[in-house]
Design a binder for this molecule. Structure first.
Ligand SMILES: *Cc1c(COP(=O)(O)O)cnc(C)c1O
Length: 222
C-alpha cells in the first residue's frame, strides 16, 4: 500500500469540522511521501525513533511541527530538544526532569503530554491514574520552568473488541477532566491525544482532540 492523498483529504475534512488536530505518523515512511503530505498542507508529523526523526528533520521544511510519539529514553532527549514541538509519551518524573534540563540548554520551553496506561495489555508504557493524580498535585513543589504539560496521551488495547477500546478512551477522558483542576503555570491541560488508524473515530466520539494516524495515510508499514 502507498500514500493516499484521497484518505488524507477525507480524514482532514472530518477532523477539521470537529477541531481535532491530525498528527500524521510518518515513522518508517520515506521523506518523499512526507513532502507530498506537506505540500497538501499537513504540518504536524509524528515519529517514534530518535535517529530517524533527527535525520528527517534535517532535510525537511523547517516549519514542520515534529511530534515524538514513541517511548523516549532520557539519554536521547538532547538530540530532539532543539526542535521538537510536542513530546507525547512522558511516562516518568526522571524523563520530565531531563526534558526540562535539555529545554533550558536550548533556551526554550518544551511542551509535553503525560502518557497514561489505559490498555489492559501489560506492554504499554505510562502512568496509572492514581500515580498521575498524585504527581500532578505535587508538581507545584518542584518547579520545572522549561517544560509545559499540555495534557494526556493514551493508547487503547490492540483489540477488535470496540467496546473495550471505547471504555479505555472514556477512562482517559475522565482522568483528563479530573486533573484539569490542577491547572497551573506548568500544567495547562488542553490536549487529549488518543486514537490511531483503527480507532480514531471512536476516540473522537469519546473526546479526543488530537489523533495520531499512520497507516491510513501512508499505507501499511513493513
Ligand atoms: C505507530 C503509532 C501510531 C500510528 O499507528 P497507525 O495504526 O499506523 O495509525 C500512533 N501512535 C503511536 C504511539 C504509534 O507508535
Amino acid at each position: 500500500m502507498a500514500l493516499s492523498l484521497e484518505n488524507y483529504l477525507s480524514i482532514t475534512s472530518s477532523l477539521d469540522k470537529k477541531g481535532v488536530t491530525l498528527v500524521a505518523v510518518s515513522k518508517t515512511q520515506p521523506v518523499e511521501d512526507i513532502l507530498k503530505l506537506y505540500q497538501s498542507g499537513q504540518r504536524d508529523f509524528g515519529e517514534n525513533y530518535v535517529q530517524e526523526l533527527v535525520d528527517k528533520q534535517a532535510v525537511l521544511p523547517k516549519d514542520i511541527r515534529w511530534h515524538f510519539i514513541g517511548h523516549l529514553q532520557s539519554n536521547k532527549v538532547k538530540y530532539i530538544a532543539p526542535f521538537i514541538h510536542l513530546i507525547h509519551g512522558v511516562d516518568s518524573e526522571s524523563l520530565l526532569k531531563e526534558i526540562n534540563k535539555q529545554a533550558a540548554r536550548n533556551n526554550r520551553v518544551i511542551e509535553v503530554l503525560m502518557q497514561v496506561h489505559i490498555a489492559t495489555e501489560e506492554t504499554k508504557f505510562g502512568w496509572d491514574a492514581a500515580e498521575l493524580m498524585h504527581f500532578l498535585e505535587e508538581l507545584g513543589k518542584n518547579p520545572l520552568p522549561n517544560v509545559r504539560i499540555m495534557g494526556l496521551m493514551g493508547m487503547a488495547s490492540f483489540s477488535t473488541d470496540l467496546e473495550l477500546v471505547r471504555n479505555e478512551f472514556k477512562q482517559l477522558k475522565g482522568l483528563f477532566q479530573s486533573v484539569s483542576s490542577f491547572n497551573s503555570s506548568i500544567f495547562k491541560p488542553t490536549i487529549i491525544s488518543m486514537g490511531m488508524s483503527a480507532d480514531y473515530e471512536i476516540a473522537m466520539e469519546e473526546g479526543s482532540n488530537m489523533v495520531r494516524i499512520g497507516s491510513l495515510l501512508f499505507g501499511t508499514r513493513n
